[in-house]
Write a protein that binds this ligand. Structure first.
Ligand code: ADP
Ligand code: ASP
Ligand code: MG
Length: 421
């Protein structure tokens, strides 16, 4: 059988009939170049957002199992339509749901993890010379329910399928030309990175660079899948994610990332005793809340009581507060929540051996009058929680101060501006 390539098209790249036909054409060209092709598609345009709104119109806390039944339909529509378009181009295509494609997940509805990919059916279809379209972002749980993989999950479907069928490369076609030194929506002269290491890409994805879902990068690193993130509107090469030794360059700072979807909970009057934090974070883990930063202090005036703050994606705030309230007074005396938080981070492998980067970040933010509310670091990342409405300015100021624009800078393209989803 020919070498296999997995091609993933994001929501903007299949947003309307014209774009589905364009994706179909690109898939067929790959087939005609001699590869076996599996294409993983996302829901069209803003479909997933619209489905979430539909659920919220009928329920204040939609049942997660039913949510997955609903959300998984978006990517099925894209795949069926694209299969029709490919058939019209004279090739044989077959669309498969996540379940039909053998994507087996755990039972955590709306953020399930892939446990296994039983790719027999995909392989058999490829052997029969079909182009296989797999609905992204979904799977079937170990208890036979439809699950979804969290926002941006089609990237992970693509990487998982690529690993399972031994693909040569997993191409992620999207509405930007690759991975940039900052979100080109906020920094129009951000630089396209020809290569980026797994380590840096993991930190970037974890700190908000939504261009690749975090789990897709983890999966690719663990399974040795080569990711090539590129534009679905032009042919130029994009960004290849590689292991650290293979990357072309190792600048001090690689990228500035951000998130405007953070929330913070502060627990006031937490008993200052062993086990208090364990109780709190066990309950949050049980509720499947993705806790990000944690800070604890024991104010001298608070009579032996501690204060614990933590951040999480805003979408987890409701579940987090409900889980803590259910534990009653053993947790804390009072709880304060802030839903309008943001985060700005800088990522770069060169930071490991260069002191003074954190100091520079803090002074750049200070010179913009931006208050830092929480800080966390890793050997190659510094993150600051700040007010949501200051994020854009913070990203631009840091990108400028670390001189990240440079040769190879690509402006915002026309199709990118026309993005719909
Ligand atoms: P798709 O629908 O193709 O999966 P996404 O919206 O999930 O596309 O991801 C692409 C978007 O990621 C871009 O439109 C861009 O605004 C955003 N983005 C954020 N940070 C970065 C970055 N560092 N490099 C490139 N794109 C980024
Ligand atoms: N359609 C899903 C989302 O909007 C999954 C994806 O696009 O990767 O998050
Ligand atoms: Mg995406």
């Amino acid at each position: 059988m020919p070498e296999i390539v997995v091609m993933k098209f994001g929501g903007t790249s299949v947003a309307d009939a014209e774009r589905i036909k364009r994706a179909a054409k690109r898939i067929v060209e790959k087939r005609e170049a001699g590869y076996s092709v599996v294409a993983v598609l996302s829901a069209r345009g803003k479909t997933t957002d619209e489905l979430i709104e539909m659920a919220e119109e009928v329920s204040s806390s939609p049942d997660p199992r039913e949510m997955d039944m609903l959300l998984s339909t978006g990517e099925r529509i894209s795949c069926a339509l694209c299969a029709m378009a490919i058939n019209d181009l004279g090739h044989r295509a077959i669309s498969l749901t996540g379940s039909q494609a053998g994507i087996v997940t755990d039972t955590s509805h709306t953020k399930a993890r892939i446990l296994d990919v039983r790719a027999d059916r995909v392989r058999a279809a490829l052997e029969q010379d079909h182009i296989v379209l797999v609905a992204g972002f979904q799977g079937v749980s170990t208890t036979d329910d439809v699950t979804t993989l969290g926002r941006g999950g089609s990237d992970t479907t693509a990487v998982a399928v690529a690993a399972a069928v031994g693909a040569r490369e997993c191409e992620i076609y999207t509405d930007v030309a690759g991975v940039f030194s900052a979100d080109p929506r906020i920094v129009p002269d951000a630089r396209k990175l020809p290569t980026v290491s797994f380590e840096e890409m993991l930190e970037m994805a974890a700190s908000g660079a939504g261009v690749l879902q975090l789990r897709s990068v983890e999966y690719a690193r663990n399974e040795g899948v080569r990711i090539h993130c590129r534009s679905s509107f032009e042919d130029a090469p994009g960004t290849v994610v590689l292991s650290e030794g293979e990357t072309l360059e190792q600048p001090l700072i690689t990228a500035v990332t951000h998130s405007t979807a953070e929330a913070r909970v502060t627990l006031i009057g937490v008993p200052d005793e062993p086990g208090a934090a364990a109780r709190i974070f066990d309950a949050l883990a049980e509720a499947n809340v993705n806790v990000d930063m944690i800070a604890q202090n024991v104010p001298t005036s608070a009579g032996g009581k501690a204060e614990i703050s933590f951040t999480m994606p805003r979408e987890d705030l409701r579940v987090a507060t409900a889980a803590l309230e259910a534990m009653g007074e053993s947790v804390c005396e009072r709880m304060a929540t802030q839903s309008e938080m943001g985060k700005v981070s800088i990522v770069g492998a060169g930071m490991r051996s260069h002191p003074g980067v954190a100091a520079k970040v803090f002074s750049v933010l200070a010179s913009e009058g931006i208050n830092i509310e929480m800080i966390s670091t890793s050997p190659i990342k510094i993150s600051c929680v700040i007010a949501r409405d200051r994020v854009e300015r913070a990203v631009q100021a840091l990108h400028g101060a670390f001189e990240l624009s440079g040769p190879g800078t690509v402006g915002v393209e026309e199709p990118f501006k026309a993005r719909t989803g």
